[in-house]
Design a protein around this ligand. Structure first.
Ligand code: ZN
Length: 123
């Protein structure tokens, strides 16, 4: 079954993943106030946009909000239960969180899936 941890623990694992990002890139993310949000699972809003239980995380850019005049913050959302569902051990969970964070950070820096594949950020 899924390997589950507390929200606090999950946050620590995500924070460690961020630490593995080169300082120069992290500085740009900080300067841009990029948020990393952890949600237990997809919200109704997410589902309406096609985010289902198979999605481990996503990046939401500032121009994502076609329906609103206000500007959303750029953020990376990690879907904790969706990530845990694929993991049987703590080691797998740590790996999966790292992969997901790096994948979404790559999107933040403008990479598409093909770019990510080529640089092997996406395993
Ligand atoms: Zn992606």
């Amino acid at each position: 079954m899924a390997y589950q941890v507390s929200t606090d623990e999950f946050e620590r694992i995500a924070a460690d993943a961020l630490e593995s990002i080169p300082p120069a890139l992290r500085a740009r993310m900080d300067a841009d106030n990029l948020l990393i949000t952890i949600q237990p699972e997809a919200t109704d809003d997410d589902r309406a946009r096609g985010i289902n239980e198979r999605v481990l995380g996503y990046f939401q850019g500032a121009n994502d909000s076609t329906f609103s005049p206000s500007v959303y913050p750029k953020r990376i959302v990690l879907l904790q239960h969706n990530i845990e569902r694929w993991c049987w051990t703590r080691e797998q969970l740590v790996d999966q969180v790292h992969d997901t964070v790096l994948h979404e950070v790559a999107h933040y820096f403008g990479m598409n899936h093909q770019d990510i594949e080529t640089t092997r950020l996406h395993h």
